[in-house]
Ligand binder design. Structure first.
Ligand SMILES: Cc1cc2nc3c(=O)[nH]c(=O)nc-3n(C[C@H](O)[C@H](O)[C@H](O)COP(=O)(O)OP(=O)(O)OC[C@H]3O[C@@H](n4cnc5c(N)ncnc54)[C@H](O)[C@@H]3O)c2cc1C
Length: 235
């Protein structure tokens, strides 16, 4: 399959075989949390000190969540459709997504690394995901590639025959990549990371959540440390 070469920005964190998370912009500092809380006493700080760090830890621990809402992160994400579907369930935040009505579908599809092909053992709520033998891993990757190729050929044939993109896209599998912008505040971001960078989350979205968390830790290190100390429970 011919894969379209796309330029991935240098500041992006690459995820899976064709995906990335990039922080497109932010208005996010630990000080915003402190000042949101201190406005209750008509106080404002220009610089963080140790007392402010303690205040953030207190707010986190006692789940005073609203001071963590006065900031924002705008992410640009490229992920398989099945990952995006899980992501879009997070209602607190804003999304804009690539449109397969207006633009031609991508020919990039997710093929897991052999070590990521896994079996599912156990019962709902308590599954464990075990490695499979090499043959099955390779067969899975090959079968995925075949389906993707067939789907993309069919899509292209239908579009070239005059069928609208909005209809032809019905043949596209959920392993196809999509792109979206996600704007979110730190409170909702922590909720996302808490749920999706957890062992219980699907491995693929987990990798994205770990990338999101790296950007969060860079921009709001004290808040991030307090979140980790509070057992990664969002306030
Ligand atoms: C491991 C895992 C398995 C999952 N399995 C399934 C599944 O099988 N089927 C399925 O449908 N979904 C599933 N989900 C999705 C899950 O149910 C949530 O939709 C998703 O995780 C978003 O979480 P959230 O509502 O906390 O986030 P957000 O929508 O971002 O909301 C953030 C917070 O705002 C508050 N809030 C938002 N909206 C409301 C509201 N309407 N009423 C009250 N409070 C609100 C809540 O406190 C919420 O935690 C799964 C999620 C995970 C992590």
């Amino acid at each position: 399959m011919a894969t379209t070469e796309r330029v991935i920005a240098e500041d992006a964190i690459r995820v899976l075989d064709h995906g990335f998370v990039r922080l497109d912009g932010s208005m996010a500092t630990d000080l915003s949390v402190v000042n949101a809380a201190r406005v209750s006493f008509a106080r404002r700080k220009d610089e963080m000190d140790e007392g402010d760090e303690g205040l953030i830890r207190f707010l986190m621990r006692d789940r005073h969540g609203t001071p963590f809402e006065h900031n924002s992160f705008r992410f640009h994400v490229r992920a398989p459709i099945f990952v995006a579907r899980e992501w879009f369930r997070h209602r607190v935040g804003s999304f804009n997504e690539f449109s397969m009505r207006y633009a031609k579908a991508t020919d990039d599809f997710y093929v897991p690394e052999a070590e990521d092909v896994r079996s599912q053992v156990g019962k709902p709520g308590a599954y464990s995901f075990e490695p499979v033998d090499e043959d099955l891993a390779e067969r899975t990757r090959e079968e995925l590639r075949e389906v993707y190729e067939h789907a993309y050929e069919t899509y292209t044939r239908l579009v070239e025959a005059g069928v609208a993109r909005e209809l032809a896209r019905a043949v596209m599998p959920v392993g196809a990549y999509t792109e979206f912008f996600w704007t979110v505040n730190a409170r909702a971001l922590m909720n996302f990371v808490s749920l999706r960078a957890a062992e219980t989350a699907q491995r693929e979205i987990r990798r994205y959540a770990e990338a999101v968390e790296q950007f969060f830790a860079q921009k709001m290190p004290v808040t991030h440390a307090a979140f980790v100390a509070a057992n990664r429970v969002a306030p």
